[in-house]
Structure formats: C-alpha cells, structure tokens
Write a protein that binds this ligand. Structure first.
Ligand code: HGY
Ligand code: MN
Ligand code: MN
Length: 401
C-alpha cells in the first residue's frame, strides 16, 4: 500500500448532501432526533453500506459503520446533529471526512476504518450525550430522564428512532478514535495555518437556574415593592463577571446563553426567569472555584431581592488530554501534507473525543474556521482546507500500520 489518497470532490459532494438535511440558509437546523437528523442518519447509513461498512445504530441513536471482521480497528468520526442554529460543518465534517478515509483506505488496500456519527453532541438533552452514554460515563436511564427546553425527555425523543436501534458496539471493537473537526475559533484563521493537532480539550460545567419573584403590573407596582426576577438576573450577571475576573485566565469562558423571561410582556413585572450558566476551563480546580462563586452569587442575589432560586445540573465533563502517541501520528501526517502550516493547540470547544478518551486512545485534528465563526449559520471553511484535513486524517490512518 503506497498510502491512502482521498477524493476531495467525493468528500465535498457528501458534505453538501448532508448539509441538505435541515438546511437553513448557509447553515443547518438539525437538532438531535428531529426529522432532518433522523433522515440524515438514514442517508449516512446508506453511504456507509456503499463503502462496505455495516451500519449499526445503538440504543441512543449513535450510528456506527463497522468494517467486516472483528479485528480491533481505528474508529473515526464526530456527530451529525446540530445546534438550534448550526453551521454546516460542526460535527458533519468529521463524520464525512471519516467516511471518505474509510472508502479511500478500502480502495487502497489499507487498514479497515470504522466510522461513527454520535448523537446529541450539541446538547439538546445534555452535552455530548451520545458519546457519554456509549463511553459508559452516563447511564442510558440517566440520559433518558434529561429534558430539553420544551420539557421533552430524551426517552421520548429517541423513541422516534427505536425501530433502527441495535446494540452498543463493544469498545474493544476499536483500537483508537480520531476526530477531525473545524476549529470553531480564530487561532488558525488568524495565523494562516491550516491544521491544528489538538493536545487537550477543556472541561465544561452547565447548570440551569430559575429565579422566581412576583409577577405584577408594570404601572402600579412601586419599584421598592417589586420582586422582579429579571432584575435579579441582571444583578447576578454583573456581580458574577466582577467576582470571576480574579479567578480566571484569558482562556477561561463562561456564558449565560439560554434565558427565558416569563411572561416576557412589556407591561408585566417578570415573575420568573429561567437561565443557564455554562463555564469552561482546562483545569478542574478552577472549574470548581468558579462553580462555588456562581452558586453563592445566585443565592446571595435571590436572598437580597426576595426571590426564590432553584438549580439543576445540566452537564459536567472534565478536561481531557489527547493520547500523545496518536497526536504524534497526526502531527507526522501534518508535517507531510502541511509543512510549516500546522500547530499543536488546545480545544476550547467540547468534542466527543473528550468522552471516548476514557475508553481508548483518542486524538483530534482541526481545520480552520473562516473568521473563527461557529455555532452560527455563517460558519464556513475553505474547500481546500476541508480536503487537506481529510488527507491528513487518511495519512494518520495509514500510519497506524
Ligand atoms: O459547545 C461545544 O463546545 C460543542 O460545539 N458542542
Ligand atoms: Mn462539534
Ligand atoms: Mn458544536
């Protein structure tokens, strides 16, 4: 075998076909278990079969493409569900790049490559749900009880594809996991480099909060008598930013990304506000310190404003280190195909590799995101960067030996 050579046009054609499932402008709306997600997975299963892979859905809806035989082989992939407003490449790129490597390797007489599209990586129910359950980090029962913002449970959602469900493929079926992904940040775009060799992935914590006060008339309720839940959130946000500042580094992030004000009407004092607080860092100790500041500040503001406060855990994933030997194989492939245009780097985004790293060696490679934008319909990557990343992935697979 003289190496594995991918077919860029076949890669791009499949990426465009996957984009058509849930397409919205230049991006996609394809949250886990929605019709577009399930149809996309069925199409992927067909493409896997055409590539000589046996498509297997597990009980969560993770879709695996398994090569013949039962020798442990390389697993490559990512996820094909999207954020509520998603880019066309987040997750999708890693799944299709893996499929292209599997096809090209088979055509070159190379090593067998298995492919996976994990389910609900984007956290309709909880962050990185499918790979957490498959990796044994969360029970199916626990995941089934999680709800989305509309109160739908994951059990109800995944029942829509129960007819497809098979068993969980055993971890021992695979020797290692490699995930190709868009960077989703500005580093490669600003440096002009084209490949990122990921060394570690940050940890994440998310909690859902509810402040409850007194819904009332916006004209007749004096300011001093109000128990305004939105004002509570406003004060919480300002206090939190000030209190976290001394604890964090420039790489630490925190986000209040989901807010639901009730009843959200101009002439009504908000009686209730639901919101999420999500924070990420590379160090568990710092995540812990931030957690206690977040919780104590919410309690303090609620007490001062005579609001009730309730909290529920939403996600908790510890920082993950990529397997050094596997990362070295990706680096060697980057040197071969992108000499001088690659760098080692951390991942500020979460990825399924963070979970799979608990059960087998895992590593990742990045391709640039135009203007560093992601989790937006504007997300995009140059076609030649998409092709280069898939070729580096293929050479890393070939180097598996
Ligand atoms: O939020 C994340 O880091 C991932 O893109 N779901
Ligand atoms: Mn992703
Ligand atoms: Mn994402």
């Amino acid at each position: 075998m003289t190496g594995i050579t991918i077919q860029p046009q076949r890669l791009l054609d499949d990426l465009e076909t996957l984009r058509s499932y849930g397409r919205c402008g230049s991006g996609v709306v394809r949250p886990a278990y929605c019709e577009a997600d399930i149809e996309a997975r069925k199409w992927l299963a067909g493409r896997m079969r055409e590539a000589g892979l046996e498509p297997v859905f597990d009980p969560v809806g993770n879709l695996f493409g398994l090569p013949p035989g039962d020798e442990p082989c390389l697993l490559m992939g990512s996820h094909s569900d999207s954020q509520p407003e998603g880019g066309w490449l987040d997750g999708a790129y890693g799944v299709i790049a893996a499929l292209e490597v599997a096809r090209a390797s088979r055509e070159a007489g190379g090593p067998p490559v298995a492919v996976v599209s994990f389910q609900d990586e984007e956290g309709r129910f909880t962050t990185l749900t499918g790979s957490r359950v498959w990796s044994g980090l969360m029970s199916l029962e626990e995941a089934d009880a999680m709800t989305d913002h509309e109160g739908v449970t994951m059990a109800e959602a995944r029942a829509t594809m129960a007819d497809l469900a098979g068993d969980f493929p055993a971890h021992g079926r695979f020797s290692a996991f490699v995930e190709a992904h868009i960077e989703q940040g500005p580093v490669l775009d600003q440096s002009g480099e084209r490949i990122g060799v990921v060394e570690d992935i940050v940890g994440i914590r998310s909690e859902r909060y509810r402040f409850e006060g007194q819904q009332n008339h916006a004209g007749t309720t004096p300011m001093r008598l109000r128990r305004d839940a939105y004002q509570g959130l406003a004060e919480f946000t300002t206090l939190l930013n000030a209190r976290l500042a001394p604890l964090v580094t420039p790489a630490t992030v925190w986000t209040i990304g989901h807010v639901a004000v009730h009843p959200n009407a101009p002439s009504i004092v908000p009686g209730r506000v639901d919101f999420t607080v999500q924070w990420r860092d590379g160090e568990t100790a710092r995540l812990d310190r931030m957690e206690s500041v977040i919780r104590s500040t919410a309690e303090e503001v609620a007490g001062k404003r005579e609001l009730s406060v309730s909290r529920s855990a939403y996600a908790r994933i510890e920082p993950a280190r990529m397997a050094p030997a596997l990362a070295a194989r990706i680096e060697a492939a980057a040197r071969q195909h992108a000499e001088g245009l690659w760098r080692r780097m951390p991942s500020g985004a979460l990825h399924d590799a963070a979970n799979v790293a608990h059960v087998m060696p895992a590593a990742m490679l990045f391709v640039p995101s135009k203007r560093g934008i992601s989790h937006s319909f504007e997300e995009d990557t140059a076609h030649d960067d998409l092709a280069l990343g898939a070729q580096v992935l293929a050479t890393a697979a070939a180097n598996a030996g």
